[in-house]
Design a protein around this ligand. Sequence first.
Ligand code: SF4
Ligand code: SF4
Ligand code: SF4
Length: 335
Amino acid sequence: MSIDLSRRNFLRGAAAGAVTAVAAPVAEATPFGPREPKQLPPKAVGMLYDSTLCVGCKACVSACKQANGMPVEQPAHLAAWGEGTWDMAEDISGHTLNVIRVYQNGTMEQKDREKDGYAFVKRHCLHCVDPSCISVCPVSAMRKDPETGIVSHNPDACIGCRYCVYGCPFNVPQYQFDETFGQIAKCQFCNHLQKQGKLPACCDVCPTGASLFGLVTDLQAEAERRLAAKPGEMYTFARGKLGGDRPSHEAPLGEYQPHLYGEKESGGTQVRYLTGVPHEKLGLPALPDHSFAAVSEGMQHTLYKGMIAPLALLGGLVFLARRGVKSHHDEDPSS
Ligand code: SF4
Ligand code: SF4
Ligand code: SF4
């Protein structure tokens, strides 16, 4: 069982909306504002997902399950009759860390076309540069590696409050509601494999290089190269790891949307998306360039710096006390 998506979206929207609604006017009128943005760690690793190369084979989904010890998932109405294929997760969940989703429009004749077309998109944690999930966690169970930038979750420290679920602007962390001792689940960039010198499982098995691993700075340069090249011209695509020794393959370059998703969204992430269809149509949300963490922490720091909050409270109490004394005097003119 999982929380209804619309309810979850409402809760997160309400929380984010409250922060933004309070922060925006306050930031213009007073010294309140986002704190300094966080910077990409020096050896940040990441992923370039090129939707135009993705053939929707879902090898990345099953490899992710295998690498992370996750069970198969099927919609209840199919699982009950044994009619599902081996794994049919509709979205990421407490037991599914990545999924391939499909965009469909009209006659669906052509791949990577918005009208009468279809396209694939991969969904998992983007390993934000300034993660909101870390900012809202009260016990530091979410952590960002200072070198690689991988955002991981420590189940031993986690108290199950699920603030990270509501705080993430990409709706990534999921709670295992169906387990007696449920945990938060999210992609941890196959940290355990990387420590053994291996690739993240999804990039390792991807046959086309649609999911490509590498240093974020290198992946950014590669994405910019693809954006600058002419659509349709033959291009050499790496597979597995950018700069690795795996044989590359040649294919005509796709026609990309000019927006490199993940570069700036929510303060920037360590995943980049190149797509042929506008990112909103693929379920990649439009987000501001600063993270909610930067806004809310900026406000907190300003409030508590110089004891503004306690002084404001004291001022309020003095005001109320004076008003009480005044009304007492008004009632008793002889006093
Ligand atoms: S995508 Fe969500 S879970 Fe992943 S690092 Fe960013 S805020 Fe955290
Ligand atoms: S990096 Fe690992 S955990 Fe994350 S989506 Fe890929 S296979 Fe799954
Ligand atoms: S393995 Fe590669 S091509 Fe296949 S669905 Fe995943 S990203 Fe797409």
